[in-house]
Structures are given as structure tokens and as C-alpha cells.
Design a protein around this ligand. Structure first.
Ligand SMILES: [Cu+2]
Length: 305
């Protein structure tokens, strides 16, 4: 009767079905009684109104029965909710980070992904964090919805029971692109998961460096890397203090990498052409990188020894 997408579906759907059932029962019987009374006690059939006062039995009944019913509704809701806050100790641990406007999932070993991939039939516990504002972590198919709160850590857990892709939504209005804050939970067989996680790249330790962020935003890493290998342009690694051969106005010369060389390379890329690299490939960033950002870039490149 219920889907098996997660271990919480049955509890939540059962509570929902029972409450809808009770509501429907009262909707139908109350409306029915009302219609019956309208006909039965119509003015023509029943010209003289009569007051009925103080029927203790009736009052006791309409207090007791609804009280039992709402307490029962509370009870089944409570029963469905409690297991959601009791993650098993051996659950697989993943951290989900909400940021304007995307999710990032961190797996053991400092590996990151932007889709949440998990093995079927295994308990996963997801620590929920936010780096900026309130976000939501809602997987309707799993009947899960938790807030991601900056400063205060939250969590959720579940056991996925069906293979496939399931929508993950941010359910807390979090700014301009809130509507695009959407991702996927992909449930796969365990061996497929192990293979996937083995190939997942490790998080770049520099990703939070302000200079790195400026360069990422400006697309520098399309042509440069930080690891020492050549791409379209030279690597950023070890520029500072190194002897660099350049062509300046068609004349070969040597200089020592420093702040002013980095600045010239970014504002006037065709002035000192790095030896062995083509000119006119890199454009000038004079208009898009200001002096403050330049400082951040220089500070960051300095750390790449
Ligand atoms: Cu959000």
C-alpha cells in the first residue's frame, strides 16, 4: 500500500491516512446530520421552537470522543516522528552543506559531490549545516524535511529502500535563486556506490581561500592550475621568487616572480609574455579585478610553493 522509498514513508503516510479518514468521516456524518435536521425540523413541520438545556450525557460524549480522537492523532504523529530523531549509531555519515544557492555533500575522506548518492538499504545520517542563511533539506519521496540552520547543526537520517533519483528541495525561502536550489538524491546498489565514491574527487583545500575564490569567479582556472602542470597558461605554483623567462617587446629577459610581475601579468598580459606560451590568449582583467582582489590573488599565489 505504501511506497518503500524510505523507512519513514509508512509511519508518515499512515498518520496522514488516518487523520484524513477521521476528517472525512466527520465531514460526511456532520453534513448528513445537518441536511437531515434542515429537512426534519423545517418550520412547516415543526412550527414551535423548543429549547433543550443541560444534557450532561451528551456534553460528556462530545468532550470525550473528540478528546480521544485528537490524542490518538497526536499519538500516531508522535510515533512516526520519534524514529526520525533516533539515528542508528552505525549509520553512514555524510555532511550536507547548504549555501546560496546550492547543496554540497561531503563524504568521508574529504570528498565532495553536488548530488547526494547513497547505497540502498543502508542507514545514512546526514549532518545538516548552512554557511549563510536558513535553508531546507526536504526529500518528499522519503517524507523528510529538516531545516539547515547557520551556527546550529541539525541532522536527519533514513534508510532508502528503492533505487532511483529523488528530488531534493530547499524549502526555506533563502533569497534570489531559492527556486533553483534543487538537487537529486540518487539511490544505487551498494557496489555501484563504492565505485562512485572511490572516484569522487577530494575537496580542494584552497576552495575557501578568498584569493582562490576571486580567481574561480573570473574563470582563471580554465587556463591555469595550482598543481604545477602546464595548461593553456603556466601553473600558478611557485611563481614567487622564481627566475622567469619572458619576452618583453620582442626582447627575451629574465625576471624574478613577485607582486608586480603577477599584477602586470593580469592587467597587461601581453607585456611580459611567459617563455614558451602564446601571446594574445589571456585577456586583460584591468576592468574586472580591482586592487583589493589583486591583493587577495597575490596572497593566494604566494602560498603555492
Ligand atoms: Cu536555500
Amino acid at each position: 500500500m505504501f511506497s518503500n522509498a524510505s523507512n519513514f514513508v509508512q509511519g508518515v503516510d499512515m498518520a496522514f491516512a488516518i487523520i484524513v479518514g477521521i476528517s472525512l468521516f466527520f465531514l460526511i456524518t456532520l453534513t448528513g446530520t445537518m441536511i437531515y435536521f434542515v429537512v426534519r425540523y423545517d418550520h412547516k413541520k415543526h412550527p414551535e421552537a423548543r429549547q433543550i438545556k443541560d444534557n450532561k450525557w451528551m456534553e460528556a460524549t462530545w468532550i470525550t470522543i473528540p478528546l480521544i480522537l485528537v490524542l490518538y492523532m497526536f499519538y500516531i504523529g508522535w510515533e512516526g516522528f520519534i524514529p526520525m530523531r533516533q539515528a542508528p549509531k552505525d549509520a553512514m555519515q555524510i555532511t550536507a552543506i547548504g549555501k546560496m544557492w546550492k547543496y554540497e555533500f561531503q563524504y568521508e575522506g574529504n570528498k565532495v559531490s553536488d548530488t547526494l548518492v547513497i547505497p540502498i538499504n543502508k542507514a545514512v545520517k546526514i549532518s545538516l549545516k548552512s554557511v549563510d542563511v536558513l535553508h531546507g533539506f526536504s526529500v518528499p519521496s522519503f517524507r523528510i524535511k529538516e531545516d539547515m540552520v547557520p551556527v546550529k547543526d541539525n541532522y536527519t537520517w533514513f534508510i532508502p529502500g528503492e533505487l532511483g533519483d529523488f528530488d531534493l528541495f530547499c524549502t526555506v525561502y533563502c533569497g534570489l535563486n531559492h527556486a533553483y536550489m534543487h538537487s537529486i538524491v540518487r539511490v544505487v546498489p551498494e557496489d555501484q556506490f563504492n565505485e562512485w565514491v572511490a572516484y569522487l574527487p577530494e575537496k580542494n583545500a584552497d576552495a575557501e581561500n578568498p584569493g582562490y575564490k576571486v580567481m574561480e569567479k573570473n574563470g582563471c582556472f580554465a587556463c591555469h592550475n595550482t598543481t604545477g602542470t602546464r595548461l593553456v597558461g603556466p601553473s600558478f605554483k611557485g611563481i614567487y621568487g622564481r627566475k622567469i623567462k619572458v619576452m618583453t617587446d620582442g626582447v627575451a629577459r629574465e625576471l624574478i616572480g613577485d607582486d608586480s610581475y603577477v599584477e602586470t601579468s593580469i592587467y597587461e598580459p601581453n607585456k611580459d609574455i611567459s617563455d614558451g606560451y602564446p601571446a594574445n590568449i589571456m585577456q586583460s582583467y584591468k576592468n574586472s579585478i580591482n586592487k583589493e582582489d589583486m591583493k587577495l590573488i597575490q596572497e593566494y599565489i604566494k602560498t603555492l610553493k
